[in-house]
Design a protein around this ligand. Sequence first.
Ligand code: SF4
Length: 217
Amino acid sequence: MNKFVEETVMQRLERVAAALRKNRMEAHVVRTAAEVAPLVKSLVPKGASVAAGGSESLAESGVAELLACGDYNFIDRNKYDDKRRAYIDAYGADYFFCSSNAVTERGELYNVDGNSNRISMIAYGPENVIMVVGANKVVKDLAEAESRVKTCAAPPNAKRLSCATYCREAGVCMGLGGEMTDGCASEGRICCSYLVCGPQRHKDRIKVILVGESLGF
Ligand code: SF4
């Protein structure tokens, strides 16, 4: 290939998948969101216990619907009055589903949480973690990942979750351009804990499905 020919989206995703595998994570690449649910079906045995973080990517790809279809033991946090109990039950699940705020070209996962139940389960707990990640979340490096959260991920999430934060109104973090943890002092702040996943000790526990379309934010 002529080195001046621009890399396609799918070529870039394949490159990121190779970096994830090098970091001892399982990686899959699909072209469309419609291919995600059939792939998940092939990865997760019927009857397995499954749980999920709140995620637009899971909803848009049909995975949220699949988890609730009855084929799995779905630990549905919306059915719990006691949310802490729901998170503790999810911690012991066979499979935990979520997206990632960003995936770098070096095969790193970057995630920022308010409640931090999601990042705690990415780090440890469920036997397997399956992430559904649209091409819009692939970034060059951790600096770009940080910036992506402050400009593209946290502001719409603050809106979705009705959190009274600066970014919900301004559409961007007030700490943009500063240090990683710079931002608002709101009680409703959704950027409280920061997790970077690099090379993994438990090979293939984290499985990333990269999708050649835009999903979530
Ligand atoms: S620190 Fe506050 S203003 Fe910045 S993105 Fe997070 S919630 Fe929004």
